[in-house]
Design a protein around this ligand. Structure first.
Ligand code: CU
Length: 156
């Protein structure tokens, strides 16, 4: 093999290598913006009863309209118990949330409007303005004792 042929062979290998490398790149590119916005982690917990972060409460939530409606103001009900199973009355409850992948909050400002007794509370003003993954964060306070739980909701 003379020098010219050798150089040509090296150049050909280099071109093939660059071509193969190039072809791989599109497969490895990050998600498109649209895929990102629609992304839902595979391991989400959809339980409607959850233990709060610091394990002070067991909180259950349910929409009074089932399935949860899109673009309609509706009510939810909560039940709050202690870890020992005692019903928690006269607590303060606040509701926040939003869409983690869209970095926006709830479109309304839902509020707990009635302590129904027996550990139950009414939440009014819930609304979800688009399909996808929503978080509902319930914070419960009794005096200085505060704790919260996050619930996941998928709307289609
Ligand atoms: Cu959104």
């Amino acid at each position: 093999m003379n020098k010219a042929m050798f150089s040509f062979a090296i150049a050909a290998i280099a071109i093939v290598a660059i071509f193969l490398f190039d072809r791989k790149v599109p497969k490895e590119t990050a998600m498109t913006m649209q895929q990102k916005l629609a992304f839902i982690p595979g391991d989400l917990d959809y339980s409607r009863t959850r233990t709060s972060v610091d394990k002070k409460y067991i909180i259950s939530i349910s929409s009074l309209i089932d399935p949860v409606p899109l673009n309609q103001i509706h009510q939810w009900e909560l039940t709050i118990k202690t870890q020992q199973g005692d019903l928690v009355d006269a607590a303060s409850v606040s509701i926040t949330g939003g869409m983690p992948m869209h970095k926006h909050g709830l479109p309304t400002a839902p509020r707990m409007t009635q302590d129904l007794g027996q550990g139950r509370y009414l939440i009014e003003g819930m609304k979800f303005s688009m399909a996808g993954w929503w978080e509902i964060i319930i914070e419960v306070a009794q005096g200085f004792d505060k704790d919260k739980a996050t619930f996941n909701l998928i709307l289609r």
